[in-house]
Design a protein around this ligand. Structure first.
Ligand SMILES: Nc1ncnc2c1ncn2[C@@H]1O[C@H](COP(=O)(O)OP(=O)(O)OP(=O)(O)O)[C@@H](O)[C@H]1O
Length: 504
């Protein structure tokens, strides 16, 4: 019998505030799709980084195809045939997709050869990527495809995917699964991290559960239910959402005839966007990312201030060209989809990160009320169950899901009158996702207007009162969630609502 592709023996890693991995054993067979499941901060990413040579374990042994190895760097991992798609993107914004891939390939091929290989792999696996596009012009979903193509180009024997579907649409996920099953059938082993229990049950052959850095269970996920996986992972089933019907108040946000030319050649023009959102209701924007959602968010948040006067009104006041600070002062809070970089400054402490959007903590003459800042950060950590060393922990030391909980929590806690959130539960575990959705509903019930952009239709159906679809820079009419079907919203995603409206 051939040896396991990968064997970990008693791997441990201590960080100053936490033992991220504690005596972890793991066996991955060739051709196996192996899930690693665990709540936010359980130690999954740390373990994957150890396998990929990006983090050194303090203790333990790694066997690769039966042989003990030291994986001192990602370059060494790639030499062995290990590829990894990170949870946080590791692409350079100013370079093209091809240049980024080329940089990760140890430069044995020319850039033109790399572009050609990208096209081949994109076609082979149905992952559309234009090698010449600069990364800054790509949506997060498109960036993820670049990362996956980059990993596949090396023809790996072990592919590590850290939450690869968090920003993919259901159709894209289906395509990715076809790709992964084909790779596995060719003998490639796959380590698959996801918080989406349905996916793990549908895709994976085996599942190792981590809790507090230790292995707490190994199961065949096809024999489990979402509830049993959830119990293994967090010791409980996620709480059910209490959903009362909305009682909409006055109009909070009114967008009329908003048209904006794209700012980069690969973007999308916004064309005549109309929408009205009232206090006490949640409006969801569904759609494949890259269809103008980013441009609309930039216009609403004030990052892009080219909107024609009068085209965006907040409580009847024209804010089309107002600064983000001015909008915030009027009650508009915003959670961007990129949590590192835009949502938080990675090198600053959580306490300092609260200051980014909580200017009430800055006193006259710019003095910081540091005691209050610390207290607020501490409160957010406990209210949103953020696993972190404390208010002084730097943002980048948090696990992905924990940082997301902190950023969303910071904006929910600001008592906004209008909250705009992109991908609210990106990367958070089922327990935390239920909590965040519950908090968003509670805000709505307190009269806040919420606009939620998400590629996860299930999530939109769960929390929104009305839905609109964005496609090719245009927005569909809104439909009450109770009257919408997944099929109809899916069809609208390709811009087909006009035809239906004409027939109506
Ligand atoms: N560079 C670091 N410095 C300090 N602590 C760290 C560092 N990297 C990770 N940690 C801590 O180690 C623990 C495990 O983090 P890890 O990212 O492995 O969790 P995870 O299971 O991948 O979580 P998530 O589902 O949120 O991505 C967390 O408590 C985290 O704060």
């Amino acid at each position: 019998m051939s040896p396991p592709r990968l064997e970990l023996r008693r791997i441990s890693k201590q960080y100053p505030a936490v033992r991220a991995n504690d005596g972890v054993n793991l066996l991955v067979q060739p051709g196996q799709i192996h899930a690693v499941l665990g709540e936010n901060g359980a130690g999954k990413s740390t373990l994957m980084k150890i396998i990929y040579g990006a983090v050194r374990p303090d203790e333990g042994e790694i066997l690769w195809n039966g042989q003990p190895v030291q994986i001192g760097s990602p370059a060494r991992a790639r030499e062995l045939g290990i590829s990894m798609v990170y949870q946080h993107f590791s692409l350079f914004d100013t370079l093209t997709a091809a240049e980024n891939v080329w940089l990760g390939l140890d430069q044995s091929l020319s850039l033109a050869e790399v572009s050609a290989r990208i096209r081949e792999v994109s076609v082979e696996y149905g992952l559309e990527v234009d090698p010449l596009r600069p990364v800054h012009s790509l949506s997060v979903g498109e960036r993820q495809r670049v990362e996956i193509v980059r990993a596949l180009l090396t023809r790996p024997q072990l592919l590590i995917l850290d939450e690869p579907t968090s920003v993919l649409t259901p159709q894209a996920v289906t395509k990715l699964f076809v790709t992964l099953r084909r790779l596995a059938a060719q003998g490639c082993a796959i380590l698959y991290i996801s918080h989406k229990l349905d996916e793990i049950r549908a895709l994976c052959h085996h599942c190792t559960v981590l809790r507090g850095g230790r292995v707490t269970g190994e199961v065949d996920p096809t024999l489990e239910s979402n509830a049993s996986l959830s119990r293994l992972m967090i010791g409980a089933e996620p709480p059910q959402l209490m959903h009362r019907s909305a009682s909409p108040g006055p109009v909070a946000l009114q967008v009329r005839g908003l048209s904006l030319a794209r700012t980069d050649p690969f973007g999308v023009d916004l064309e005549g966007i109309d929408l009205a959102l009232r206090g006490g209701e949640i409006l969801g924007i569904a759609g494949v990312s890259g269809n103008g959602q980013g441009a609309l968010m930039a216009a609403l948040s004030g990052e892009d201030r080219r909107a024609a006067p009068g085209s965006i009104r907040l409580f009847e006041q024209d804010i089309a060209q107002a600064s983000p600070v001015h909008r915030r002062a009027r009650g508009l809070h915003f959670v961007p989809e990129e949590r590192l970089g835009r949502g938080a400054v990675p090198t600053l402490s959580l306490a300092h990160n609260t200051l980014l959007t909580r200017s009430e903590l800055v006193g006259p003459a710019g003095w910081l009320r540091m005691a209050e800042v610390q207290r607020l950060a501490t409160d957010l950590i406990s209210r949103f169950k953020v696993k972190a060393g404390g208010p002084d922990a730097v943002a980048r030391s948090l696990s992905g899901g924990n940082l997301q909980k902190f950023i969303v929590g910071r904006e929910i806690d600001a008592r906004p009158k209008l909250l705009i959130v992109s991908q609210p539960t990106w990367g958070v575990d089922v327990g935390a996702a239920a909590q965040i959705r519950g908090e968003l509903l509670a805000l709505r019930d307190a009269g806040c207007a919420l606009l939620i952009v998400s590629e996860e239709l299930d999530e939109l159906f769960e929390i929104c009162d009305r839905l609109v679809v964005m496609a090719q820079g245009r927005l569909s009419p809104s439909i009450a969630t109770s009257q919408a079907t997944v099929e109809q919203i899916g069809a609208w995603m390709s811009g087909l609502w006009d035809r239906e409206a004409r027939h109506a």
